[in-house]
Design a protein around this ligand. Structure first.
Ligand code: SAM
Ligand code: SF4
Length: 332
């Protein structure tokens, strides 16, 4: 049986947060995330709901107190709500928070059930409030559908954080209006630097927008007060005036955040990646199939010795991605 000692990696960091990519599939094709002709895994390679839940249980037994369901688009998978319901039974019994990152295209249908499962906060990707720009960035997306999904989640009592990838020449002029909109709606906003993960159809250098530059421009328009709030994650936060909105900056390229990293990531194939920007991993599905939860626990223990100290992201003209894996595989 899994032992109860907490997970500490070789660099002394306590691992308390698991992200699960429940599927690598997506109904959108965001330009910075994947190529238009992205190849997805055959369905038979995806773990079953039961396998994912069993592995998650092993992490909870070792002190992981936060789980985020992600992808790909997590709501593309028919049993993701059932998985949320199952993991939700562990809230206040080992798990402090269950959350999700979604593109919201299917959120209108599922928001009520997700709230009932115990999801209190979600991150929604929204890179533009202009229907044409939104369609251009996502290649296929319908903005109204996403806004309906967001409204349904809000009406279901779920707190919303908007994730916006800052893209030079694409949505940079929309960042301040997006913050206005978030203040008006009572949402938080996290801005994200584009990261060199997986091949796409363009050179990411062309779209890379350093967030310190964005922050300077926003500071001229908004009263931004540094917020003491910190997760062990990559974001730094500011309060926007006296609104309830929190602005987060996720700037892995311009500000390294690895010292306090508390997370690991499970792919839909059962590979546990120890760092978003590195290749070290262990195969937890193989462990589960060969030796059950005890073998998973032993594999997680091994993984702790392999977690790299830091990523090595670089954005330079013509540079290869840091890893061949896309964010949709590892779970953003
Ligand atoms: N499909 C869901 C969504 O878009 O919210 C969840 C998965 S997506 C991979 C998670 C987050 O990663 C999104 O906020 C997306 O904008 C971000 N993302 C994807 N590829 C990225 C990249 N190369 N650099 C920075 N952020 C990226
Ligand atoms: Fe899909 Fe999310 Fe990637 Fe966009 S960012 S293509 S919504 S996985």
């Amino acid at each position: 049986m899994p032992s109860a000692s907490p997970l500490i990696d070789a660099h002394g960091r306590a691992i308390r947060y698991l992200r699960i990519s429940v599927t690598d599939r997506c109904d959108l094709r965001c330009r910075y995330c994947m190529a238009e002709t992205m190849q997805f895994l055959p369905r038979e390679r995806l773990m079953s709901l039961d396998e994912i839940a069993t592995i998650a249980e092993c992490f909870i037994a070792r002190g992981v107190h936060k789980i985020r369901l992600s992808g790909g688009e997590p709501l593309m998978r028919g049993d993701t709500v059932a998985l949320a319901e199952r993991l939700g039974t562990r809230l206040a019994r080992g798990l402090d928070e269950l959350t999700m990152t979604t593109n919201a295209t299917r959120l209108a249908r599922h928001a009520g059930a997700l709230a009932a499962a115990g999801i209190r906060r979600i991150n929604v990707s929204l890179d533009s409030l202009d229907p044409d720009t939104f369609r251009h960035i996502t290649r296929t997306g319908d903005l109204d559908r996403v806004l309906d999904g967001i409204a349904a989640a809000r009406d279901a009592g779920i707190a919303i954080k908007i994730n916006m990838v800052a893209l030079k020449g694409l949505n940079e002029h929309e960042i301040a209006p997006m913050l206005d909109w978030c203040v008006e709606q009572g949402f938080d906003l996290s801005l994200i630097e584009t990261m060199p993960l997986g091949a796409i159809d363009e050179d990411r250098t062309d779209r890379f927008l350093p967030l310190p530059q964005v922050f300077e421009a926003l500071s001229a328009r908004f009263a931004l007060v540094r917020d003491g709030f910190r997760t062990a994650g990559p974001a730094r936060y500011w309060r926007v005036g006296d609104s309830g909105t929190r602005l987060g900056l996720i700037s892995p390229l311009t500000a390294n955040f690895c010292d306090g990293c508390n997370r690991v990531r499970l792919t839909t194939e059962g590979l546990l990646y120890l760092c978003l920007g590195r290749d070290e991993h262990v195969d937890l599905r193989a462990a589960l199939r060969n030796g059950g939860p005890a073998a998973v626990d032993a594999a997680i223990e091994t993984a702790m010795t392999r977690k790299p100290a830091r990523h090595d992201f670089r954005i330079a003209p013509g540079a290869a991605p840091a890893v061949a894996r896309h964010m949709s595989v590892t779970g953003g």
